[in-house]
Ligand binder design. Structure first.
Ligand SMILES: [Zn+2]
Length: 383
């Protein structure tokens, strides 16, 4: 099975130059191929396929035009791909599937830098970096999103693109067939919450990252920069600040937002990876009423910062990839109120009761008790 992944990268200044140069050369050659065929057509000569154009370009045109040697400096696979893209555009036009191919304009058209795995050292992926031919190791912003080579997954090819000064990589990954028989372990239940992100029935607790000292510090910084931004807006009215100052401050705020978002996403990825790596036969979670919780203005910020929706979507993908059944329990299932020992339902359980005490003598952490009940739930839907 092939699967594609797209994520933001953080190239070095040197890598950025190389990417722009390669994309520039690809755009030039693409347009050259289009223009060359146009003039062939005008002279009544035969259309040139992508392959024959490649041969002509390298063996005839460049040797006869030394001022075009720079074309050869770019990554040849990427250049070849741009000619192939041009050929595909022509083919679609000939089959009346699309209009006559357009010339690509600088900065306006999305020309991408194509790369392909050609030897075992290419396209290796680690949690935080990816090896791209001619660029070398490129840092990934979202750690652990692209599956690493270790898992037996193989990156076949990909593209690097630029949008609004940000750099992205998109890769095509070959995934080995899933062996469900591997997951002979028991199932697990996960209680998601605001106090902690996840309490797992195997005894592990994943804390709420938003309560960590590191995130609190950045959030404090963010509030300060936001206050500074609104002050600058006030000053603009009085003529004491400039648009340029505001833009600069806006960028500062954006960067902090981005940083916070990255930390939260990385934490979710890490949590899910750890849970899935225990290879349970199934995972049960509660169908959280996220939109309902968001309506509560006391909770909405805490709820959105936990990224429950992203957690569930990513958990589902990881479960699919690993042959784990994901069970969703109805939101009215009283997972917190059931005594895991005797099955009694404690109707008067309050939100403030952090410890569950049953008349049968059972005493347990409230959320852990809930995770056990989720694990053993008999009524559920399969996501
Ligand atoms: Zn009991």
């Amino acid at each position: 099975m092939l699967k594609s992944f797209k994520t933001e990268i953080n190239p070095t200044a040197e890598q950025k130059v190389k990417i722009s140069k390669t994309i520039g050369t690809c755009r030039y050659v693409y347009n050259f191929y289009l223009g060359h065929n146009k003039s062939l057509h005008d002279k009544g000569e035969k259309f040139m396929t992508g392959k024959s154009f490649s041969v002509w370009l390298n063996n005839e045109y460049i040797p006869n035009n030394p001022d075009k040697v720079w074309i050869k400096e770019a990554y040849s696979k990427a250049v070849k791909k741009s000619i192939e893209d041009g050929y595909t555009a022509f083919t679609r036009f000939f089959k009346h599937q699309s209009a006559f191919p357009n010339f690509k304009k600088k900065g306006k058209s999305d020309v991408k830098m194509y790369f392909v795995k050609n030897n075992p050292k290419d396209c290796r992926c680690e949690r935080h970096r990816l090896n791209i031919p001619t660029l070398g190791w490129v840092r990934l912003k979202e750690k652990g999103y692209i599956p690493t080579t270790k898992d037996g997954w193989k990156i076949k090819s990909g593209t690097v693109s630029i949008k609004a000064d940000r750099y992205y990589v998109s890769v095509l990954v070959e995934i080995p067939d899933v062996k469900i028989a591997n997951n002979s372990n028991d199932g697990i239940g996960i209680d998601l919450g605001l106090k902690d992100l996840a309490i797992v029935s195997n005894g592990k607790t994943y804390k709420n990252i938003n309560k960590s000292a590191r995130l609190r510090k950045i959030e404090k910084q963010l509030r300060r920069e936001q206050r500074c931004l609104s002050r600058k807006y006030e000053n603009l009215k009085k003529g004491e600040s400039t648009q340029k100052n505001i833009q600069k401050q806006k960028l500062k705020v954006q960067k902090l937002h981005h940083k916070i978002n990255n930390i939260r996403t990385n934490y979710i990825n890490k949590t899910i990876a750890e849970i899935v790596n225990t290879k349970p036969s199934y995972i049960t979670i509660e169908d959280l009423n996220v939109s309902g919780m968001m309506k509560n203005r006391h909770l909405s910020k805490a709820v959105s910062s936990q990224k429950f929706y992203e957690f569930r979507t990513k958990l589902k993908t990881k479960c699919d990839d690993n042959g784990i059944e994901l069970r969703i329990v109805d939101r009215w299932y009283p997972s917190s109120k059931i005594c895991h020992c005797c099955g009694n339902i404690k109707k008067d359980l309050k939100l403030s009761d952090r410890i569950y005490r049953c008349d049968c003598g059972y005493v347990e952490d409230r959320d852990f008790n809930a995770s056990l009940n989720l694990r053993d739930a008999k009524t559920y839907e399969i996501a």
